[in-house]
Design a protein around this ligand. Sequence first.
Ligand SMILES: *Cc1c(COP(=O)(O)O)cnc(C)c1O
Length: 433
Amino acid sequence: MQFVMDCLTVNENGNLSMAGCDLTEVARQFGTPAYVMDEMQIRQNCRTYRKSIEEYYDGNGLVLYASKAFSCKAIYRMMQEEGMGIDVVSGGELYTALQAGFPAEKIYFHGNNKTEAELTLALEYGVGRFVVDNRYELDMLNRIAGEMGKIAKILFRIKPGIDAHTHSFIQTGQIDSKFGVALETGEAEEIIGYAAKLSSVEVVGIHCHIGSQIFELEPFQMAAKVMLKLMATVKDAFGLELKELNLGGGFGIKYVKEDMPIDYDRYMEAVSQVVHQECARLGMNLPFIVIEPGRSIVASAGLTLYTVGCVKEIPNVRTYVSVDGGMADNPRHIMYGAEYEAVLPRNPLGEPEMTVTVAGKCCESGDILIRDIALPKVEPGDLLAMLATGAYHYSMASNYNRIPRPPVVMLKDGKASLAVRRERYEDLLNCDL
Ligand SMILES: *Cc1c(COP(=O)(O)O)cnc(C)c1O
Protein backbone atom coordinates (compact mmCIF):
# COMPACT_ATOMS: atom_id res chain seq x y z
CA MET A 1 0.00 0.00 0.00
CA GLN A 2 1.34 3.41 -1.01
CA PHE A 3 -0.66 5.40 1.54
CA VAL A 4 -2.20 4.71 4.92
CA MET A 5 -5.62 5.05 3.23
CA ASP A 6 -6.63 2.33 0.75
CA CYS A 7 -8.88 4.67 -1.19
CA LEU A 8 -6.05 6.97 -2.37
CA THR A 9 -4.33 6.75 -5.75
CA VAL A 10 -2.16 8.94 -7.93
CA ASN A 11 -3.81 10.06 -11.18
CA GLU A 12 -2.35 10.61 -14.67
CA ASN A 13 -1.35 14.17 -13.74
CA GLY A 14 0.65 12.87 -10.78
CA ASN A 15 -1.86 14.33 -8.34
CA LEU A 16 -3.43 12.65 -5.32
CA SER A 17 -6.82 11.24 -6.21
CA MET A 18 -9.74 9.76 -4.25
CA ALA A 19 -12.96 8.23 -5.63
CA GLY A 20 -11.91 9.37 -9.11
CA CYS A 21 -11.53 13.00 -8.01
CA ASP A 22 -8.31 14.99 -8.26
CA LEU A 23 -7.84 16.43 -4.77
CA THR A 24 -6.13 19.58 -6.05
CA GLU A 25 -9.38 20.21 -8.01
CA VAL A 26 -11.50 19.50 -4.94
CA ALA A 27 -9.47 22.07 -3.00
CA ARG A 28 -9.90 24.61 -5.80
CA GLN A 29 -13.65 24.02 -5.91
CA PHE A 30 -14.43 23.97 -2.18
CA GLY A 31 -11.50 25.86 -0.65
CA THR A 32 -9.43 24.85 2.37
CA PRO A 33 -9.40 23.67 5.03
CA ALA A 34 -11.87 20.98 4.00
CA TYR A 35 -12.71 17.49 5.20
CA VAL A 36 -13.01 15.18 2.20
CA MET A 37 -14.54 11.70 2.36
CA ASP A 38 -14.91 8.73 0.03
CA GLU A 39 -18.55 7.63 0.22
CA MET A 40 -18.05 4.17 -1.30
CA GLN A 41 -15.26 3.40 1.17
CA ILE A 42 -17.65 4.16 4.05
CA ARG A 43 -20.37 2.00 2.51
CA GLN A 44 -17.88 -0.79 1.83
CA ASN A 45 -16.82 -0.81 5.49
CA CYS A 46 -20.46 -1.16 6.57
CA ARG A 47 -20.94 -4.04 4.14
CA THR A 48 -17.88 -5.87 5.47
CA TYR A 49 -19.25 -5.78 9.02
CA ARG A 50 -22.77 -6.71 7.97
CA LYS A 51 -21.44 -9.65 5.95
CA SER A 52 -19.56 -10.96 9.00
CA ILE A 53 -22.76 -10.92 11.03
CA GLU A 54 -24.41 -12.97 8.27
CA GLU A 55 -21.49 -15.32 8.05
CA TYR A 56 -20.60 -15.90 11.69
CA TYR A 57 -23.96 -15.49 13.41
CA ASP A 58 -26.41 -16.48 10.64
CA GLY A 59 -27.59 -12.89 10.53
CA ASN A 60 -28.68 -13.00 14.18
CA GLY A 61 -27.21 -9.62 15.01
CA LEU A 62 -26.95 -5.95 14.17
CA VAL A 63 -24.11 -3.60 13.29
CA LEU A 64 -24.44 -0.16 14.84
CA TYR A 65 -22.44 2.76 13.56
CA ALA A 66 -21.10 4.60 16.62
CA SER A 67 -22.06 7.97 15.32
CA LYS A 68 -19.94 10.10 17.64
CA ALA A 69 -17.10 9.33 15.19
CA PHE A 70 -18.72 11.50 12.52
CA SER A 71 -22.21 12.83 12.86
CA CYS A 72 -24.25 14.79 10.33
CA LYS A 73 -27.47 14.20 8.39
CA ALA A 74 -25.68 12.77 5.35
CA ILE A 75 -23.96 9.98 7.29
CA TYR A 76 -27.21 8.97 9.05
CA ARG A 77 -28.95 8.72 5.66
CA MET A 78 -26.08 6.60 4.37
CA MET A 79 -26.26 4.31 7.41
CA GLN A 80 -29.97 3.84 6.92
CA GLU A 81 -29.41 2.89 3.28
CA GLU A 82 -26.74 0.39 4.33
CA GLY A 83 -29.11 -1.35 6.77
CA MET A 84 -27.11 -0.29 9.82
CA GLY A 85 -28.31 0.66 13.27
CA ILE A 86 -26.64 3.58 15.03
CA ASP A 87 -25.62 4.51 18.51
CA VAL A 88 -25.97 8.03 19.83
CA VAL A 89 -24.62 9.51 23.04
CA SER A 90 -26.49 12.79 23.32
CA GLY A 91 -29.75 14.54 22.58
CA GLY A 92 -27.94 16.41 19.79
CA GLU A 93 -26.86 13.26 17.97
CA LEU A 94 -30.33 11.80 18.48
CA TYR A 95 -31.96 14.95 17.09
CA THR A 96 -29.68 14.96 14.05
CA ALA A 97 -30.39 11.29 13.30
CA LEU A 98 -34.15 11.79 13.64
CA GLN A 99 -34.04 14.89 11.45
CA ALA A 100 -32.25 12.81 8.83
CA GLY A 101 -35.17 10.37 8.95
CA PHE A 102 -33.30 7.59 10.72
CA PRO A 103 -35.70 5.00 12.22
CA ALA A 104 -35.84 5.45 16.00
CA GLU A 105 -36.16 1.73 16.72
CA LYS A 106 -32.67 1.13 15.29
CA ILE A 107 -31.10 3.68 17.61
CA TYR A 108 -29.22 2.73 20.78
CA PHE A 109 -28.85 5.50 23.32
CA HIS A 110 -25.55 5.48 25.23
CA GLY A 111 -23.90 7.81 27.70
CA ASN A 112 -22.85 7.89 31.33
CA ASN A 113 -24.97 10.88 32.30
CA LYS A 114 -28.06 11.16 30.15
CA THR A 115 -30.27 13.99 31.34
CA GLU A 116 -33.95 13.79 32.15
CA ALA A 117 -34.67 15.91 29.05
CA GLU A 118 -32.64 13.54 26.85
CA LEU A 119 -34.32 10.43 28.25
CA THR A 120 -37.75 12.01 27.78
CA LEU A 121 -36.99 12.97 24.17
CA ALA A 122 -35.68 9.46 23.44
CA LEU A 123 -38.77 7.83 24.96
CA GLU A 124 -41.09 10.15 23.03
CA TYR A 125 -39.43 9.21 19.76
CA GLY A 126 -39.39 5.49 20.55
CA VAL A 127 -35.65 4.90 20.60
CA GLY A 128 -34.97 1.17 20.35
CA ARG A 129 -32.59 0.62 23.27
CA PHE A 130 -31.24 2.49 26.24
CA VAL A 131 -27.80 1.42 27.34
CA VAL A 132 -28.12 2.22 31.03
CA ASP A 133 -24.96 3.27 32.80
CA ASN A 134 -25.89 3.47 36.48
CA ARG A 135 -28.58 3.18 39.16
CA TYR A 136 -29.44 6.88 39.13
CA GLU A 137 -30.21 6.72 35.40
CA LEU A 138 -32.08 3.45 35.79
CA ASP A 139 -34.45 4.87 38.41
CA MET A 140 -35.00 8.03 36.40
CA LEU A 141 -35.69 6.11 33.18
CA ASN A 142 -38.08 3.74 34.95
CA ARG A 143 -39.94 6.71 36.44
CA ILE A 144 -40.22 8.69 33.18
CA ALA A 145 -41.22 5.62 31.15
CA GLY A 146 -43.85 4.82 33.81
CA GLU A 147 -45.26 8.34 33.63
CA MET A 148 -45.50 8.01 29.85
CA GLY A 149 -47.02 4.52 30.02
CA LYS A 150 -44.07 3.02 28.13
CA ILE A 151 -41.63 0.19 28.70
CA ALA A 152 -38.02 1.07 27.95
CA LYS A 153 -35.87 -1.74 26.56
CA ILE A 154 -32.51 -1.59 28.26
CA LEU A 155 -29.01 -3.01 28.23
CA PHE A 156 -26.50 -2.39 30.98
CA ARG A 157 -23.07 -0.97 30.34
CA ILE A 158 -20.67 -3.35 32.03
CA LYS A 159 -17.00 -2.78 32.92
CA PRO A 160 -15.60 -6.18 32.09
CA GLY A 161 -12.21 -5.32 33.61
CA ILE A 162 -10.16 -5.80 30.47
CA ASP A 163 -7.00 -3.81 29.88
CA ALA A 164 -6.87 -3.23 26.14
CA HIS A 165 -3.31 -1.82 25.99
CA THR A 166 -4.26 1.43 24.45
CA HIS A 167 -3.80 5.10 25.26
CA SER A 168 -4.97 5.63 28.84
CA PHE A 169 -7.35 8.45 27.85
CA ILE A 170 -9.42 6.10 25.76
CA GLN A 171 -9.22 3.03 27.93
CA THR A 172 -12.64 2.29 29.34
CA GLY A 173 -12.67 -1.35 30.35
CA GLN A 174 -11.14 -1.17 33.82
CA ILE A 175 -12.75 -0.53 37.16
CA ASP A 176 -11.47 3.05 37.40
CA SER A 177 -13.70 4.29 34.61
CA LYS A 178 -16.62 6.67 34.63
CA PHE A 179 -18.52 4.31 32.32
CA GLY A 180 -20.77 1.53 33.51
CA VAL A 181 -21.08 -0.87 36.41
CA ALA A 182 -18.29 -3.16 37.57
CA LEU A 183 -18.33 -6.89 37.12
CA GLU A 184 -15.80 -8.05 39.70
CA THR A 185 -17.44 -6.25 42.64
CA GLY A 186 -20.85 -7.81 41.98
CA GLU A 187 -22.29 -4.39 41.13
CA ALA A 188 -23.34 -5.55 37.64
CA GLU A 189 -25.23 -8.60 38.86
CA GLU A 190 -26.91 -6.58 41.60
CA ILE A 191 -28.23 -3.83 39.32
CA ILE A 192 -29.58 -6.38 36.84
CA GLY A 193 -31.46 -8.18 39.61
CA TYR A 194 -32.84 -4.85 40.82
CA ALA A 195 -33.91 -3.77 37.30
CA ALA A 196 -35.65 -7.08 36.65
CA LYS A 197 -38.19 -6.10 39.33
CA LEU A 198 -38.94 -2.64 37.93
CA SER A 199 -42.20 -2.20 36.05
CA SER A 200 -41.29 0.20 33.24
CA VAL A 201 -38.01 -1.20 31.98
CA GLU A 202 -37.31 -4.51 30.29
CA VAL A 203 -33.75 -5.81 30.65
CA VAL A 204 -32.85 -7.26 27.25
CA GLY A 205 -29.08 -7.47 27.45
CA ILE A 206 -25.65 -6.28 28.42
CA HIS A 207 -23.07 -4.14 26.73
CA CYS A 208 -19.36 -3.48 26.96
CA HIS A 209 -16.91 -1.30 25.06
CA ILE A 210 -13.34 -2.00 26.06
CA GLY A 211 -11.56 0.93 24.44
CA SER A 212 -10.63 2.34 21.09
CA GLN A 213 -7.93 1.98 18.43
CA ILE A 214 -7.21 -1.59 19.60
CA PHE A 215 -5.00 -3.79 17.43
CA GLU A 216 -5.15 -7.10 19.30
CA LEU A 217 -7.76 -9.83 19.03
CA GLU A 218 -7.43 -11.17 22.56
CA PRO A 219 -9.05 -8.31 24.50
CA PHE A 220 -12.19 -8.66 22.35
CA GLN A 221 -12.24 -12.42 22.83
CA MET A 222 -11.74 -12.07 26.58
CA ALA A 223 -14.48 -9.49 26.81
CA ALA A 224 -16.92 -11.76 24.96
CA LYS A 225 -16.08 -14.63 27.30
CA VAL A 226 -16.51 -12.57 30.46
CA MET A 227 -19.79 -11.10 29.25
CA LEU A 228 -21.25 -14.50 28.37
CA LYS A 229 -20.31 -15.75 31.81
CA LEU A 230 -22.25 -12.83 33.30
CA MET A 231 -25.26 -13.81 31.17
CA ALA A 232 -25.07 -17.33 32.59
CA THR A 233 -24.76 -15.98 36.14
CA VAL A 234 -27.82 -13.77 35.67
CA LYS A 235 -29.79 -16.71 34.34
CA ASP A 236 -28.87 -18.82 37.37
CA ALA A 237 -29.42 -16.09 39.92
CA PHE A 238 -32.65 -14.53 38.65
CA GLY A 239 -33.96 -16.93 36.00
CA LEU A 240 -33.56 -14.06 33.58
CA GLU A 241 -32.44 -14.99 30.06
CA LEU A 242 -30.72 -12.00 28.48
CA LYS A 243 -31.27 -11.99 24.74
CA GLU A 244 -28.80 -9.40 23.56
CA LEU A 245 -25.02 -9.10 23.81
CA ASN A 246 -23.52 -5.84 22.62
CA LEU A 247 -19.74 -6.08 22.32
CA GLY A 248 -19.01 -2.44 21.47
CA GLY A 249 -16.49 -1.09 18.98
CA GLY A 250 -12.86 -0.12 19.19
CA PHE A 251 -11.27 -1.75 16.15
CA GLY A 252 -7.98 -0.02 15.26
CA ILE A 253 -7.21 1.80 12.05
CA LYS A 254 -4.02 2.81 10.26
CA TYR A 255 -3.02 6.40 11.02
CA VAL A 256 0.72 5.94 10.40
CA LYS A 257 2.75 3.31 8.57
CA GLU A 258 3.65 1.53 11.83
CA ASP A 259 -0.02 0.87 12.69
CA MET A 260 -0.97 -2.67 11.78
CA PRO A 261 -4.73 -3.09 12.05
CA ILE A 262 -6.22 -6.57 11.78
CA ASP A 263 -8.84 -7.21 9.10
CA TYR A 264 -12.23 -6.45 10.63
CA ASP A 265 -13.53 -9.74 9.33
CA ARG A 266 -10.84 -11.53 11.35
CA TYR A 267 -11.92 -9.83 14.56
CA MET A 268 -15.46 -10.84 13.84
CA GLU A 269 -14.50 -14.43 13.13
CA ALA A 270 -12.22 -14.75 16.15
CA VAL A 271 -14.84 -13.30 18.50
CA SER A 272 -17.61 -15.43 17.01
CA GLN A 273 -15.61 -18.58 17.72
CA VAL A 274 -15.45 -17.64 21.40
CA VAL A 275 -19.15 -16.78 21.45
CA HIS A 276 -20.14 -20.13 19.92
CA GLN A 277 -17.78 -22.10 22.17
CA GLU A 278 -18.83 -20.39 25.37
CA CYS A 279 -22.55 -20.64 24.63
CA ALA A 280 -22.14 -24.36 24.04
CA ARG A 281 -20.08 -24.76 27.20
CA LEU A 282 -22.54 -22.79 29.35
CA GLY A 283 -25.59 -24.45 27.78
CA MET A 284 -27.02 -21.14 26.57
CA ASN A 285 -28.77 -20.06 23.40
CA LEU A 286 -26.75 -17.82 21.15
CA PRO A 287 -27.65 -14.22 22.00
CA PHE A 288 -28.44 -11.54 19.43
CA ILE A 289 -25.00 -10.03 18.76
CA VAL A 290 -24.53 -6.29 18.40
CA ILE A 291 -21.28 -4.52 17.52
CA GLU A 292 -20.61 -0.81 17.39
CA PRO A 293 -17.70 0.19 15.19
CA GLY A 294 -17.26 3.95 14.77
CA ARG A 295 -13.72 4.88 13.86
CA SER A 296 -13.14 1.86 11.60
CA ILE A 297 -16.14 2.80 9.43
CA VAL A 298 -15.17 6.38 8.66
CA ALA A 299 -11.57 7.16 9.70
CA SER A 300 -9.74 5.75 6.68
CA ALA A 301 -12.34 7.14 4.32
CA GLY A 302 -11.47 10.76 5.12
CA LEU A 303 -8.65 13.28 4.92
CA THR A 304 -8.25 16.99 5.55
CA LEU A 305 -7.00 19.39 2.88
CA TYR A 306 -5.10 22.43 4.11
CA THR A 307 -3.23 25.25 2.43
CA VAL A 308 0.25 26.02 3.70
CA GLY A 309 0.92 29.60 4.77
CA CYS A 310 4.16 30.57 6.38
CA VAL A 311 7.16 28.25 6.44
CA LYS A 312 9.32 29.30 9.39
CA GLU A 313 12.79 27.87 9.51
CA ILE A 314 14.47 28.25 12.90
CA PRO A 315 18.10 27.35 12.18
CA ASN A 316 19.33 24.31 14.11
CA VAL A 317 15.95 23.95 15.84
CA ARG A 318 13.07 23.07 13.51
CA THR A 319 11.00 24.25 10.57
CA TYR A 320 7.36 25.09 11.24
CA VAL A 321 4.99 24.71 8.32
CA SER A 322 1.76 26.47 9.31
CA VAL A 323 -1.56 25.55 7.71
CA ASP A 324 -4.93 27.32 7.49
CA GLY A 325 -6.54 25.03 10.09
CA GLY A 326 -5.35 23.42 13.32
CA MET A 327 -6.63 22.27 16.70
CA ALA A 328 -10.07 23.74 15.97
CA ASP A 329 -10.63 21.19 13.17
CA ASN A 330 -8.31 18.52 14.61
CA PRO A 331 -7.88 18.47 18.40
CA ARG A 332 -6.56 14.90 18.42
CA HIS A 333 -2.86 15.73 18.56
CA ILE A 334 -3.24 18.21 21.40
CA MET A 335 -5.64 15.85 23.27
CA TYR A 336 -4.06 12.45 22.76
CA GLY A 337 -0.70 13.09 21.09
CA ALA A 338 -2.20 11.44 18.01
CA GLU A 339 0.14 10.86 15.06
CA TYR A 340 -0.59 11.29 11.38
CA GLU A 341 0.86 11.00 7.91
CA ALA A 342 0.56 13.85 5.43
CA VAL A 343 1.29 14.17 1.73
CA LEU A 344 1.41 16.96 -0.84
CA PRO A 345 -1.48 16.36 -3.26
CA ARG A 346 0.55 17.79 -6.20
CA ASN A 347 3.47 15.47 -5.42
CA PRO A 348 2.19 12.62 -3.27
CA LEU A 349 5.07 10.22 -3.86
CA GLY A 350 7.88 12.81 -3.92
CA GLU A 351 11.19 12.06 -2.20
CA PRO A 352 11.44 13.64 1.26
CA GLU A 353 13.64 16.75 1.26
CA MET A 354 12.92 18.36 4.61
CA THR A 355 11.75 17.41 8.09
CA VAL A 356 9.10 19.79 9.32
CA THR A 357 6.55 20.29 12.06
CA VAL A 358 3.06 21.02 10.78
CA ALA A 359 1.43 23.66 12.96
CA GLY A 360 -2.09 25.08 13.08
CA LYS A 361 -3.10 28.72 13.13
CA CYS A 362 -4.64 28.82 16.62
CA CYS A 363 -3.26 30.88 19.48
CA GLU A 364 -1.78 27.96 21.44
CA SER A 365 1.83 26.77 21.29
CA GLY A 366 0.44 23.24 21.56
CA ASP A 367 -1.54 23.69 18.34
CA ILE A 368 0.57 21.22 16.41
CA LEU A 369 -0.82 18.71 13.91
CA ILE A 370 2.28 16.64 13.13
CA ARG A 371 5.70 16.71 14.76
CA ASP A 372 8.75 15.91 12.62
CA ILE A 373 7.46 14.63 9.33
CA ALA A 374 9.68 14.20 6.25
CA LEU A 375 8.13 15.85 3.20
CA PRO A 376 9.20 16.97 -0.27
CA LYS A 377 9.99 20.70 -0.46
CA VAL A 378 7.00 22.61 0.93
CA GLU A 379 6.29 26.20 0.01
CA PRO A 380 3.66 28.77 0.96
CA GLY A 381 0.54 28.14 -1.10
CA ASP A 382 1.08 24.38 -1.30
CA LEU A 383 -1.78 22.04 -0.51
CA LEU A 384 -1.23 19.56 2.29
CA ALA A 385 -3.43 16.50 2.86
CA MET A 386 -3.54 15.02 6.36
CA LEU A 387 -4.63 11.42 6.10
CA ALA A 388 -7.12 9.27 7.99
CA THR A 389 -9.09 12.14 9.49
CA GLY A 390 -12.57 10.73 8.78
CA ALA A 391 -13.35 9.90 12.43
CA TYR A 392 -13.32 12.18 15.49
CA HIS A 393 -12.33 15.27 13.53
CA TYR A 394 -15.43 16.99 12.16
CA SER A 395 -17.30 15.66 15.19
CA MET A 396 -14.71 17.10 17.59
CA ALA A 397 -14.24 20.40 15.76
CA SER A 398 -14.77 23.64 17.64
CA ASN A 399 -14.96 27.35 16.88
CA TYR A 400 -11.91 28.10 19.01
CA ASN A 401 -10.51 31.50 18.00
CA ARG A 402 -13.85 31.98 16.20
CA ILE A 403 -12.63 29.89 13.32
CA PRO A 404 -15.55 28.67 11.17
CA ARG A 405 -15.73 24.89 10.84
CA PRO A 406 -14.58 23.44 7.49
CA PRO A 407 -17.06 21.82 5.11
CA VAL A 408 -17.36 18.06 4.59
CA VAL A 409 -17.06 17.16 0.92
CA MET A 410 -18.32 13.72 -0.10
CA LEU A 411 -16.71 12.10 -3.15
CA LYS A 412 -18.30 9.38 -5.24
CA ASP A 413 -17.72 8.15 -8.81
CA GLY A 414 -15.61 11.14 -9.80
CA LYS A 415 -18.12 13.64 -8.41
CA ALA A 416 -17.76 15.89 -5.37
CA SER A 417 -20.69 17.23 -3.38
CA LEU A 418 -21.13 18.94 -0.04
CA ALA A 419 -22.39 16.91 2.92
CA VAL A 420 -21.85 19.84 5.29
CA ARG A 421 -21.23 23.36 4.03
CA ARG A 422 -18.47 25.58 5.37
CA GLU A 423 -19.48 27.72 8.33
CA ARG A 424 -19.68 31.41 7.60
CA TYR A 425 -18.72 34.27 9.87
CA GLU A 426 -22.41 35.04 10.40
CA ASP A 427 -22.97 31.46 11.66
CA LEU A 428 -20.61 32.36 14.49
CA LEU A 429 -23.14 34.93 15.67
CA ASN A 430 -26.16 32.56 15.64
CA CYS A 431 -26.41 32.44 19.43
CA ASP A 432 -24.90 35.81 20.31
CA LEU A 433 -27.41 38.23 21.75
C1 LIG B 1 -16.84 5.32 21.13
C2 LIG B 1 -17.70 4.15 21.28
C3 LIG B 1 -17.80 3.22 20.26
C4 LIG B 1 -17.01 3.30 18.98
O1 LIG B 1 -15.62 3.20 19.20
P1 LIG B 1 -14.63 3.18 17.95
O2 LIG B 1 -13.30 3.08 18.58
O3 LIG B 1 -14.83 4.46 17.24
O4 LIG B 1 -14.99 2.00 17.12
C5 LIG B 1 -18.69 2.17 20.43
N1 LIG B 1 -19.43 2.04 21.56
C6 LIG B 1 -19.34 2.93 22.56
C7 LIG B 1 -20.19 2.76 23.76
C8 LIG B 1 -18.49 4.01 22.47
O5 LIG B 1 -18.40 4.87 23.48
